[in-house]
Design a protein around this ligand. Structure first.
Ligand code: PLP
Length: 362
């Protein structure tokens, strides 16, 4: 903040130029990390919700049909419901298997074959079960039927291998503050090259370019970046993405995966602990959701916080259709522990001991 948080592209003084260079470098790092075709296809947003809305509201037109899944977060489901009410968008919700946590591929193919779906929203990994989906195959089916694909990568970007070009998705939405280790209030939208003109911006305004024109520029990323950017946030994302590239995503994935398996195995042995079944599947990006028999999940989370200094999240985690499918609505959802690249073995041992003590008194 002291050393040059200037408005990039709004002047030619040294700080503005340095800010511009930092933003460009951050875009390049994120393009490498996420497999975007070129850095200009990376758009900075407010959060993952903002990125998802940019596509859902900017791409869908009156009468379009869209397919989403029961794994989706309210940041997908609520904009779709608003579009259904406001513009008559037809919304098809595809179920998932409650045991594996995977999208039902047969139902997916059937919906794509029978309805004229314009856009499919895929959840790369569930924020409740951590289960990572086989996106490439689902995308192939969607494209074969002429549908575009928006991938919600909120839970995977940064600590799970993710390459937009390899997965062949058209739009990718990510949060800056989760696996990408940036500050809260940062988000990313990657758009397949050439598709930007099919996406209407939701915000119009100054971009520091083509100022003589009253029309929003079409060039990327200016088309979607009106107004001053969150420079302090992007500086954090810049430092974080540089660190991640230095470590390598595979090394981070391997750490997160091994401590997640360790925690799941330990919790699975404790009497009265009910783990969500899909968490136990191999491709878990670092999420452990459970209940303790006979206890309200909010009470468990309160004890974890107050007696053991462990921060967890109880409830529905903004994923109501997922909890309906897994039959966890009546317990008010689950307790969720999120593991990350800095979670150590000591922390896992501490959580296991805490859950063991709480479960013993349940
Ligand atoms: C799967 C998923 N999608 C979208 C979001 C929304 O992200 P943000 O809080 O950055 O808007 C979240 C947040 O938890 C999420 O887990």
């Amino acid at each position: 903040m002291r050393g040059g948080a200037a408005s990039a592209g709004r002047g030619t003084h040294r700080n503005a130029e340095a800010a511009g260079r930092m933003i460009d470098e951050c875009r390049r790092q994120l393009a490498t990390l996420l497999g975007a075709q070129i850095p200009a296809q990376i758009v900075f947003t407010l959060n993952c919700t903002d990125s998802l809305n940019a596509v859902l509201q900017g791409f869908l037109k009156h009468g379009d049909a869209v397919a989403a899944t029961a794994l989706d977060h309210n940041s997908v489901l609520r904009p779709l419901e608003a579009l259904r009410q406001r513009m008559g968008i037809q919304v098809e919700i595809i179920p998932f298997d409650p045991v594996t946590g995977l999208i039902d591929e047969q139902r997916f193919a059937k919906v794509l074959a029978e309805k004229k779906i314009r856009l499919v929203v895929l959840n790369h990994a569930s924020n409740v079960t951590g289960r990572v989906q086989s996106v490439a195959e689902l995308t192939r089916v969607a494209h074969a039927h002429g549908a575009y694909v928006l991938l919600d990568a909120a839970q995977t970007a940064g600590h799970w291998p993710l390459n937009m070009m390899e997965l062949d998705v058209d739009f990718l939405a990510a949060a800056g503050h989760k696996g990408l280790l940036g500050p809260l209030g940062t988000g990313i939208l990657c758009i397949r090259r050439g598709l930007e003109t099919q996406l209407q911006p939701l915000r119009f305004g100054g971009t520091g370019t083509s100022s003589e024109s009253l029309t929003q520029p079409n060039d990327m990323p200016a088309r979607f970046e009106s107004g001053s950017l969150n420079l302090p946030g992007i500086a954090g994302l810049h430092a974080a993405s540089k660190w991640i590239l230095g470590q390598g995503v595979e090394k981070l994935r391997s750490h997160v995966h091994s401590i997640t398996v360790q925690l799941l195995n330990e919790l699975n042995r404790i009497d009265n602990v009910i783990l969500l079944r899909p968490c136990l599947e191999f491709d878990n990006c670092g999420i452990v959701s459970f209940n303790i028999y006979g206890m309200d999940c909010r009470e468990v989370a309160m004890i974890l916080d107050q007696s053991f200094d462990i921060q967890s999240r109880p409830g529905l985690h903004c994923a109501p259709l997922l909890h309906q499918t897994l039959d966890t609505m009546s317990s008010h959802g689950t307790i969720r522990l999120s593991l990350g690249v800095f979670t150590t073995d000591d922390k896992i041992a501490h959580v296991v001991q805490a859950v063991r003590e709480i479960a013993a008194h349940a």
